[in-house]
Design a protein around this ligand. Structure first.
Ligand SMILES: O=C(O)C1=C[C@@H](OP(=O)(O)O)[C@@H](O)[C@H](O)C1
Ligand SMILES: C=C(OP(=O)(O)O)C(=O)O
Length: 426
């Protein structure tokens, strides 16, 4: 991982012709670890992501007594242990999946689990989940503010049952309750109030629960997961299609072809939507047994896009649209103000600082064509802003991406892989 304070994002000096293998999906890896930790026996998670967020999840499960062992085959995760009244601390970093998925698990043992992390995670939404957990019988200490630091005093299980949940600030609140639902005494029934973002991530939760042997049901806004003993001997993680976003975007922005190996034929990942997006913006897109191939001509069409379901793609998509030949509007992503940073403010500020004509709206961004120039691209400790900066640098000399190491949240080898994409780059 580069240790420099800034990284000069390389310019594409010609057409691209590259094949890339991106690391495993953060969302799938961390769900697989959680489900493995409430499954009988040991689950081997193959091809998992190894990144800051994935390590934080493993460290959290280790604190809850699950044995987590890495080997060349993958990571073996055992069942959580009940504990003996001890007090442990879980480090959240700035991982939404750890902050949302682990507190429900902490109710299952006999231990007090203290949660805290980076300053940024203290500002991210959590209150509706902590409220719902309390209603389901959890004993929380310091959760009144609805933010870390707080503690869960585990009493060896959670009653569970029916609860109303406002998951409009993050789909992860709903996923958190559903993922632990099989381990609650009476399972869990969640009635949603408000519309959650990131529907594919909810589908991913339901799909992975089923694969581990749970029987989740959905009826519109009501979700039910009965108490069930789970078990699965092994689970293979797909490549992270959101980490692939800057690479496939590169073919459109710089021209030429980029192939992503291992792109699944069927998936619940939100990144699969890139196939239709890139076509709409002007690329040729082919999905075959050898992966996804995207071919572009360096011409980008402007577009009006509702990104409510695929919010995590916004930084890279916004960077691409700065090269469009017409105006663009991104909407449906007000919840991005509660992501790693306020992504709408960060993108408007940083893209404008490089000459972009980018303004914030209530729930998105307006982007008009404007010539860009070099300068420092601040990244606010947000991995996806590093990826956005890399895309800008393909066509704009002198883009200095601040703190590139922060990309290690989901993709520690990103900078090295990006340079391999551009063998003739400066
Ligand atoms: O469940 C998940 O793995 C995720 C859900 C989404 O969160 P939000 O619904 O909070 O946007 C997404 O943005 C995040 O990167 C990962
Ligand atoms: C929102 C994101 O992450 P997190 O899992 O921390 O919510 C993201 O990766 O874009």
């Amino acid at each position: 991982m580069p240790q420099e304070a800034t990284w000069r994002a390389p310019v594409a000096e010609g057409e691209l012709d590259a094949t890339v293998r991106v690391p495993g999906s953060k969302s799938i890896t961390n769900r697989a670890y959680v489900l493995a930790a409430i499954s009988r026996g040991t689950t081997l998670v193959r091809e998992p992501l190894d990144s800051r967020d994935a390590r934080l999840m493993l460290a959290a499960l280790d604190r809850l007594g699950a044995s987590c062992q890495s080997s060349p085959e993958g990571v073996r995760v055992g069942l959580l242990t009940r504990g003996d009244g001890e007090e442990v601390s879980v480090e959240l970093g700035n991982a939404g999946t750890v902050a949302r998925f682990v507190p429900p698990l902490a109710t299952l043992g006999f231990r007090t689990v203290r949660f805290d992390g980076d300053p940024a995670i203290r500002r991210r939404p959590l209150a509706p989940l902590l409220r719902a957990l309390t209603e389901l019988g959890a004993d929380l200490d310091g959760g009144g503010t609805g933010a870390p630091p707080f503690a869960v005093r585990g009493h060896g299980g959670l009653r569970g049952g029916a609860v109303e949940l406002d998951s409009s600030a993050s789909s992860q609140f709903l996923s958190a309750l559903l993922l632990s639902g099989p381990a609650f005494d009476t399972g869990v029934t969640v009635r949603l109030v408000g519309r959650p973002p990131s529907e594919p991530h909810i589908a991913m939760t339901l799909d992975m629960l089923r694969r581990f042997g749970a029987r989740p049901q959905r009826d519109g806004d009501e979700f039910h997961v009965p108490h069930t003993e789970l078990s699965l001997s092994e689970y293979t993680v797909e490549p992270d299609l959101s980490s692939a976003a800057p690479f496939v975007a590169a073919a459109l922005v710089a021209g030429g072809s980029v192939r992503i190996e291992g792109w699944p034929a069927e998936t619940t990942q939100p990144g699969d939507w890139l196939r239709s997006l890139l076509r709409e913006l002007g690329a040729e897109v082919t999905l075959g047994a050898d992966g996804l191939t995207v071919t572009g001509t360096a011409t980008v069409r402007g577009a009006t896009l509702d990104l409510h379901e695929v919010g995590e793609l916004t930084p890279v998509v916004a960077a691409v649209l700065c090269f469009a030949d017409g105006p663009s509007v991104i909407s449906g992503v007000a919840h991005l103000r509660g992501h790693e940073t306020d992504r709408l403010a960060a993108l408007a500020t940083e893209l404008s600082a490089l000459g972009g004509d980018v303004t914030e709206t209530e729930d998105g961004l307006r982007i008009n064509p404007a010539p860009l120039h070099g300068g420092t691209f601040h990244t606010y400790d947000d991995h996806r802003l590093v990826m956005a900066g890399a895309v800008l640098g393909l066509r704009v000399p002198g883009v200095l991406v601040e703190n590139p190491a922060t990309v290690g949240k989901t993709y520690p080898g990103f900078v090295e892989d990006w340079h391999r994409l551009l063998p003739t780059a400066s």
